[in-house]
Write a protein that binds this ligand. Structure first.
Ligand code: HMG
Ligand code: MG
Length: 298
């Protein structure tokens, strides 16, 4: 059954921008964050406290958090890979963080410089310290539906990684189709496997990239199973610098258009969001890939 309301977890400022090779000035990022919150998004993933050499685009994380004027009722989570990242986030006054694990050996090595097993040793103290301080910790799992180096990813391996993150104290799992290769039947199988292992759909979020044009279909499959948190990025910005085949995320505008058609509440002002994405496309010097932005813009 479809949920009556969906929380859109906007990842444009983080997942969207992290892949841009030209550094976007902090002032532009701050305008982007403000505009997204004003458009009605209630969760806006803001930046990452990762190693600045790994993601130079987000090296200004502290400056961005510092310059942010939070809007009432809006959450501004950030990514932290390790205790150093958590320290930096806490110093900036952040209360809402996400760790990012992967379901494959190849990607934990490329993205985290750790083996599949070693990643848990890195995350465990982050989650325990953060939760002890009353912070919220989301757990991402990447390469859930396929891996560019390994191909198919066994569903048991995905569920095992996800359950370990929940066991550490993550409040929610975001299932990441990093390379956008998933199709709806596969989405049903993965969510079904979590449910069969006792993980409720209320603890699952979906994170689709639109590389193969399947992101909306995949989202619909997840909604039908009762998932009610969906990650997307304004204008379809995005990718992952450590997975060559990853392109933009599901565009928030495309998601909003579908949710409107289904009568599912989301709280976003579509016109304001399209304006924001058109403005951001101007800043980046190339048009938004979102079909809905193209259809509705000017
Ligand atoms: P490492 O080189 O193994 O780090 O990188 P280390 O622990 O060996 O430390 C080496 C040095 O880095 C030390 O400094 C640390 O202090 C410093 P030294 O003592 O030598 O002077 N350091 C840091 N400095 C600042 N901030 C930090 C930090 N950590 C260590 N946080 C590390 C390991 C995890 C740090 C690195 O691999 C990294 O930063 N990776 C991030 C990669 C990334 O951001 N990828 C994109 C996000 S994931 C994604 O996009 C997928 C997602 O969207 C879902 C999906 O689509 O599937 C979430
Ligand atoms: Mg992503």
């Amino acid at each position: 059954e479809l949920p009556s309301a969906v929380t859109i977890w906007e990842v444009g400022p983080r997942d969207g921008l992290q892949n841009e090779s030209e550094v976007v000035p902090p002032a532009v990022k701050l305008d982007f964050l403000t505009r997204l919150a004003e458009a009605g998004l209630t969760v806006v993933e803001t930046t990452s406290f990762v190693h600045p050499k790994w993601v130079p685009q987000l090296a200004d994380a502290a400056e961005v958090i510092d310059g942010l004027t939070p809007r009432e009722g809006v959450r501004y989570p950030v990514l932290v890979p390790n205790e150093r990242g958590l320290d930096r986030a806490i110093e900036s006054g952040v209360r809402d963080v996400a760790i990012f694990a992967a379901a494959t050996e190849s990607f934990t090595r490329k993205n985290l410089n750790r083996s599949l097993d070693e990643q848990f040793g890195m995350f465990d103290p982050v989650v325990s310290r953060a939760t002890a301080e009353g912070m919220d910790v989301r757990g991402y799992v990447s390469m859930v539906f396929g891996d560019p180096w390994e191909g198919a990813v066994p569903i048991e391996q995905v569920v095992s990684v996800g359950k370990r993150l929940l066991g550490m104290g993550c409040s929610q799992l975001s299932l990441g189709d990093t390379i956008g290769s998933a199709t709806p039947g596969h989405v049903e199988a993965v969510i079904g496997a979590f449910v069969a292992e006792g993980v409720g759909v209320d603890r699952l979020a979906v994170h689709f990239h639109d590389t193969y044009g399947q992101a909306l279909a995949n989202t619909y499959a997840a909604l039908r199973l009762g998932v009610s948190t969906v990650d997307s990025s304004a204008g379809g910005l995005g990718g992952c610098p450590y997975a060559k085949s990853a392109t933009g995320n599901l565009a928030t505008e495309d998601l909003v258009w579908m949710l409107d058609g289904l009568g599912i509440e989301h709280g976003v002002d579509l016109a304001a969001l399209v304006d924001t994405s058109v403005w951001m496309a101007g800043q980046l010097g190339r048009p938004s890939p979102s079909a809905v932005v193209k259809a509705l813009a000017g």
